[in-house]
Design a protein around this ligand. Structure first.
Ligand code: CMP
Length: 145
């Protein structure tokens, strides 16, 4: 089944974008949109609002606002599960033990600084893609702002 997902490279792994894009294409997925941006605290808190009651929420928002990130729309057969398999476990320290070739093992550090994010469901993917790549409204040409 052909799907779209959000793949987000976090500030700790932005310099590894070349290797990360290679990992995506090597699994027969393609990058159909990409944007580098530094989120404000409010934007990051909104993006991660489902975690707002968690103990790690402030650390998470602090981390993802610490520098630019790269958001990508990744497309292909089973894109959600394929990208999450590329990522490996959420905790990079665990990933290093269990799946040493995974992206989070290679480029992350621990449970918060974990190099990249992937949508966990089709509904999350739709919301997260809309967050970074809002649908055009109106009939004019694309904004250059
Ligand atoms: P991500 O896939 O972006 O989804 C939520 C993020 O919260 C996760 O990656 C980590 O960066 C962070 N996170 C999840 N669980 C924990 C935890 N137990 N402790 C600290 N940070 C966490």
């Amino acid at each position: 089944r052909k799907e779209r997902t959000l793949a987000m490279i976090k500030p700790d792994a932005v310099t590894q974008i070349g290797d990360i894009i290679q990992m995506i294409y090597s699994k027969n997925l393609i990058v159909t949109k990409a944007k580098m941006t530094k989120l404000s605290w409010k934007q990051a808190a909104d993006f991660y609002s489902e975690h707002q009651s968690k103990s790690f929420f402030n650390n998470l928002v602090q981390f993802v606002t610490s520098g630019p990130m790269v958001a990508m729309e990744v497309m292909g057969d089973e894109a959600l599960s394929t990208w999450r398999k590329i990522l490996g476990p959420t905790d990079s320290a665990l990933a290093l033990k269990d799946t040493p070739n995974s992206l989070r093992a290679r480029f992350g550090t621990d449970g918060t600084k974990n190099a990249a994010h992937g949508s966990d469901s089709l509904a999350s993917a739709a919301r997260e893609l809309e967050f970074f790549f809002p649908s055009a409204t109106g009939s004019g040409p694309p904004s250059t702002a």
